[in-house]
Design a protein around this ligand. Structure first.
Ligand code: FPP
Length: 231
């Protein structure tokens, strides 16, 4: 797929959906579907970083995902542990920054500690910034931001000032948001930041999503006419 490498969106965000349906089609367990999803993410992070993307935000676990069966939640948390362990082990050979959005206070203490270590170890890297959304909800992020803003005593409230209280600051809003698996909704992802995002939907289930699919989404994005409410 041909894309204009000098005109990449700076920030791409992805709703990684369809792990369980992928597993159903293959006749394997849900756990295997999530495991393949985690593998797809690892590969995409490396490939997107080489491509030259500046910011990639991925939705790994929403504030609503706690409603799933306990075993499935445990499996996703264990995959997250493995993912963080590998980030920590490989950080010397990789050039990307890893950070997180969402309310991490609800997560197991060992996961929070791993997140802190990975954030700390990768923070001075020069490559792509990966933001993993864990226990994240767009509305929850806005409410937490309002609480921080009120506690700060700030009286002069503008969009720019409010945005400083959100989970990621100093990062451009995502120009492109991708959702895999054929579903066409936003599911409480980046509610504030997506005000002017372009959306791209693909039927591909997340475990099958590769850099080629990302390039296809970027090519589609590059053909769009963004007007931001103007003419
Ligand atoms: C959506 O598929 C996927 C999730 C809710 C979890 C996302 C998890 C991963 C990509 C793997 C873990 C990676 C990390 C870093 C923890 P679904 O389960 O909603 O599938 P369905 O839509 O077919 O039911």
């Amino acid at each position: 797929m041909n894309i204009d490498i000098n005109n990449l969106p700076e920030h791409v965000a992805i709703i990684m959906d369809g792990n369980r349906r992928w597993a159903k089609v293959k006749g394997v367990s849900k756990a295997k579907g999530h495991r393949e999803g985690a593998k797809a993410l690892k590969q995409l992070v490396k490939d997107a970083s080489v491509l030259g993307l500046k910011y990639l935000t991925v939705y790994a676990f929403s504030t609503e995902n706690w409603k799933r069966e306990k075993d499935e939640v445990n499996e996703i948390m264990n995959l997250l542990r493995e993912f963080l362990n590998e980030c920590e082990k490989d950080y010397a050979n990789e050039d990307y920054v890893v950070d997180f959005i969402g309310d991490s206070k609800m997560l197991a203490k060992d996961i929070q500690d791993k997140m802190d270590r990975v954030r700390e170890k990768t923070r001075n890297k020069n490559g792509m910034h990966l933001y993993i959304a864990i226990n994240y909800g767009g509305r929850d992020e806005i409410i937490r931001a309002i609480k921080k803003l009120v506690a700060s005593g700030t009286k002069d409230i503008t969009e720019q000032i409010f945005a400083k209280f959100l989970d990621i600051t100093g990062v451009p809003d995502p120009e492109l948001i991708i959702r895999t698996s054929g579903e066409k909704r936003i599911s409480n992802f980046l509610s504030w930041q997506s005000a002017y995002s372009e959306f791209y939907f693909t039927d591909t289930y997340w475990p099958d999503f590769t850099i080629e699919d990302l390039k296809e989404a970027i090519a589609d994005f590059q053909n769009r006419n963004r007007r931001f409410g103007g003419i």
